[in-house]
Design a protein around this ligand. Structure first.
Ligand code: SIN
Length: 513
């Protein structure tokens, strides 16, 4: 096994990882490890935008209130306050580094999304906001000599000695390398690939959550999965997000009988919170015995739609759907996980030397349901905070390691992955109950032997991580006997007695392997 040392190791290169790298650059050598090319991350695919207090009609207090309300009583108020107070500065800094947001005249253009009481969503190139953020951050990183990228290297596990994190074992070109570092920041993104319907890219396999769990970190709020109401539904097209900002600009939902239905579910209709809209869609799909509903923009001005949503327009057209003329078949899809590796406001986990930021982390800003467009903001604010705290770490990495190369293989990995994704969608999805969760647990536990082994190929390591995270989500969903935010139990529709308690799982309290 090779060994290499750096001062700081960042795993993941989306908005949180890159922002952390920029913050860490003055403190020493920074290595940014990614399992794919650096821009292949959820940030790159984020369409709608990034929320921040920009308009004169908005205030930090109103953004705070909207976020707390969406989080349905389970946000950590201090974490939200930090997010909204520091958010605007982080965005202005990004603009100084070259990020180009859309403008109306000289002013930044702001749109509306569900559960925001003010127009505060910045966007870039219409519907390619994440891509623009990633471009600007990568460009800034290029100017920093102390930051080096280390692509196509999957992290196998963290190096933990005497309860401290001293770096990570990574696999690149079939070679295992121990990368030692004073501080390690997990910024690996989410776990949408655990579900058969998802808006997330293929890389979102919950790796950071699984490796942190194996190392002894606490995972919190894992039962809270946000399902985006409108992902393109077509047997011949890939799953593709149709941004909520389309509803913000006036798009409406119709069932397959071509009737609007949201008024029957929530006074805010199409701009109701995401979980309400997703459940309403599922209910209409059941009523009409259909696999989708429709998003309708035909009443909006054609040129406006082409210019406001150029990427969505072009992608849908490729699959014979003209969003200016046709009804768009849509159905919900797993989009974001509110839970993750528990951290404080500086990204510190319960393991000294290990930090987490972005979707992989649970700072508590999202509570039980994330306010739309707060996640890129979280990546910027908490990526910077984790970077700044990691720069001050006093952990001294030791060169000791006993890891061996891993020879096992999973012969039927494609089939296991398909079963896992189906069972998560059907039994641990938008609507859950004790019976469905029990079924999921029994299917997933059948694969425990797979999780106990070690592997040397990316797809096998990903599958092991997916199985681990799936078990944790199922357990947390079972333990929360009540419905709060995005977690909806058909067998306990009320909040339940201990609804304000957060569910934290670690190897000590829940270790199925
Ligand atoms: C969207 O564009 O609808 C996604 C925005 C988000 O999830 O924050």
């Amino acid at each position: 096994m090779n060994t290499e040392s750096t001062d700081f190791l960042i795993i993941g290169s989306g908005v949180a990882g890159l922002r952390a790298a920029i913050e860490l650059a003055p403190f020493g050598k920074v290595l940014v490890v990614t399992k794919d090319r650096p821009s292949e991350c959820s940030t790159e695919y984020a369409q709608g935008g990034i929320a921040a207090v920009i308009s004169d009609e908005d205030t930090v207090g109103i953004h705070l209130e909207d976020t707390l309300k969406a989080g349905d009583g389970l946000c950590r108020e201090e974490a939200v306050r930090t997010l909204v107070e520091e958010g605007t500065d982080r965005i202005m800094e990004l603009i100084e580094w070259g990020a180009e947001f859309d403008r109306e005249g000289m002013k930044l253009a702001l749109t509306l999304e569900a559960a925001h009481s003010r127009r505060r969503i910045l966007h870039a190139h219409g519907d390619s906001t994440g891509k623009e953020l990633e471009r600007a951050l990568l460009q800034k990183v290029l100017t920093l000599k102390s930051v080096r990228k280390y692509p196509f290297a999957i992290t196998v596990d963290l190096i933990v000695n005497n309860g401290e994190c001293h770096g990570a074992y990574v696999l690149k070109d079939s070679e295992l390398t121990a990368l030692f570092a004073k501080a390690t920041i997990l910024a690996t993104g989410g776990a949408g690939q655990l579900y058969s319907r998802t808006t997330n890219p293929l890389v979102a396999t919950g790796d950071g959550m699984a490796i942190a769990f194996r190392a002894g970190a606490q995972l919190e709020d894992m039962e809270f999965i946000q399902f985006h109401p409108t992902s393109l539904y077509s047997p011949t097209a890939p799953q593709f997000l149709l941004s909520e900002s389309m509803r913000g600009e006036g798009a409406v939902l119709l069932n397959t009988s071509k009737q609007r239905f949201m008024a029957g579910y929530h006074p805010k209709e199409e701009l109701a919170p995401r979980d309400v809209v997703s459940r309403a869609i599922i209910s209409e799909m059941v009523k009409t015995n259909s696999r989708h509903v429709y998003l309708d923009l035909r009443h909006l001005e054609k040129d406006f739609l082409k210019q406001r949503f150029p990427q969505i327009y072009a992608t849908c057209l490729r699959y014979d759907v003209d969003i200016t003329e046709d009804l768009i078949p849509v159905s919900p899809a797993a989009h974001y996980i509110m839970g993750g590796v528990r951290t404080n406001l500086d990204g510190e986990t319960n393991i000294p030397g290990l930090y987490a930021a972005g979707e992989v982390a649970c700072t508590g800003v999202h509570g039980a349901n994330r306010l739309a467009s707060n996640s890129l903001l979280e990546g910027l604010v908490y990526g910077a905070r984790a970077g700044s705290a990691a720069g001050r770490t006093s952990v001294v990495p030791s060169g000791k390691t006993e890891r061996k190369a891993a020879p096992s293989s999973i012969p039927n990995s494609d089939e296991i992955k398909k079963n896992l994704r189906r069972v998560m969608w059907e039994k641990v999805g938008i609507i859950r109950c004790a019976e469905s969760l029990g079924k999921a647990r029994s299917v997933l536990s059948g694969y425990d032997a797979v999780v106990r082994k070690e592997y040397a190929l990316r797809h096998e390591l990903e599958l092991k991580n997916m199985l681990t995270v799936a078990r944790i989500i199922t357990e947390a969903a079972d333990r929360r006997r009540g419905s709060v935010g995005a977690h909806y139990r058909s067998d306990c529709k009320e909040r339940g007695a201990q609804w304000q308690e957060h569910i934290s799982l670690d190897r000590e309290s829940f270790y199925p392997y």
